[in-house]
Design a protein around this ligand. Structure first.
Ligand code: NAP
Length: 326
């Protein structure tokens, strides 16, 4: 028994740790996949991490960055004998990936994802999952506007929420194992119904990105504001929108198309509220304007108090694992 324990132990820095998983397969190695890879390595969470991504260029970069132990262009190959599979691809690619890996999944394996939309990912992946695996959809609420394997960094998930949207009859032991994995990465795990997740994320994440893409597009279209003026004066509020609007176009196109219902519902609410504000400005309703701006200021204070943002002037927004900017 003692011998088995020492055989399974792994040295990480000065410490000896027992990995939580024998083999972890990472399908997709962009910002999220590579951040998970950094943490698996840093914390010694697997005996072996296999990385799969479709393009030779990204695979080579992952290898150059030493993000895993083995590398393959085949997702089906990567999942063989893996006891944890983490799918980190744009949500629109979920069904295709599920089809590719389904036949090679090991009995008892945990399959999870990190997609920003949950009902659609479940609809795309669940039908392909064999009965002998545990499919647990997930979404870590952490990220930046960068993409690709170079964008990831250790500690991205520290202090951030990770939402599970388990399907009915999910094995509690598998759920607990995955929860421990994310908690080891520093995340706070919470469970939610997938439709509820999609509504909440539509307002807190998807709508702000859509507004940012739209406002930056509008500024770009305005003939009276030249491109150089947009750049020169961008410190005055516009800058924060450009950061969001620089996010990965494939990822955000897929989010829009796969969370269509909740996004349209939130956009309708937003448009109504904007019309109300427009009217208040037109008619000089100063109290209404002041009341709204006071209420919104308090919300930012609550976010800072909840540890989800730091109260610092951040021109240039430096990333750090402690501050964990999103
Ligand atoms: P990313 O940096 O752009 O990386 C995407 C990865 O998926 C790459 O390995 C890419 O492979 C692969 N990929 C792209 N299109 C594919 C396709 N059609 N089929 C198979 N593989 C494909 O993306 P990311 O930011 O890590 O996002 C990954 C997932 O995490 C998305 O579902 C997103 O919604 C979710 N998420 C993102 C954030 C964020 O802030 N970015 C936060 C939370 C969750 P190649 O490079 O080889 O083409």
């Amino acid at each position: 028994m003692e011998q088995r324990a020492s055989e399974s132990a792994r040295t990480v820095g000065l410490f000896t740790v027992t990995p939580q998983f024998h083999r972890i397969a990472l399908i997709g190695i962009g910002l999220i996949g590579s951040s998970i890879a950094h943490d698996i390595k840093r914390l010694g969470l697997a005996h072996e991490a296999i990385i799969a991504t479709r393009s030779a260029q990204t695979l080579k970069r992952a290898e150059d960055l030493k993000l895993g132990d083995r590398y393959t262009a085949s997702a089906a190959e990567a999942v063989k004998d893996a006891d944890l599979v983490i799918v980190s691809v744009p949500v629109g690619a979920s069904a295709n990936v599920a089809m590719q890996i389904a036949g090679n999944l090991k009995p008892g394996a945990i399959i999870t994802d990190v997609g920003s939309v949950k009902a659609s990912v479940i609809a795309q992946m669940q039908p392909h999952m064999p009965a002998h695996v545990h499919f647990i959809p997930g979404h870590p609420l952490a990220g930046t506007e960068k993409s690709g394997p170079d964008a990831g960094f250790p500690g991205l998930f520290q202090g951030r929420w990770c939402i599970f949207t388990p399907i009915e009859r999910t094995d509690p032991a598998a759920l607990k194992r995955l929860r421990i994995f994310w908690e080891t990465l520093g995340a706070k795990v919470i469970e939610m119904d997938p439709e509820h997740h999609d509504k909440v994320l539509a307002i807190v994440s998807h709508l702000p990105h859509i507004i940012a893409y739209n406002i930056v597009g509008t500024a770009d279209d305005l003939e009276m504001v030249t491109e150089s003026e947009v750049i020169k004066y961008s410190a005055s509020g516009f800058r924060d929108f450009t950061r969001l609007a620089a996010s990965d176009p494939t990822m955000w196109r897929d989010v829009c198309l796969h969370n269509r219902k909740a996004i349209l519902e939130m956009l309708a609410r937003f448009t109504e509220d904007l019309a109300r504000l427009q009217r208040a400005i037109r008619w000089g309703e100063s109290e209404k304007i002041f009341e709204l701006f006071t209420r919104t200021r308090a919300i930012r204070r609550s976010i800072i108090q909840a540890g989800q943002e730091v109260d610092a002037a951040d021109f240039g927004r430096q990333y750090s694992a402690e501050q964990n900017k999103v």
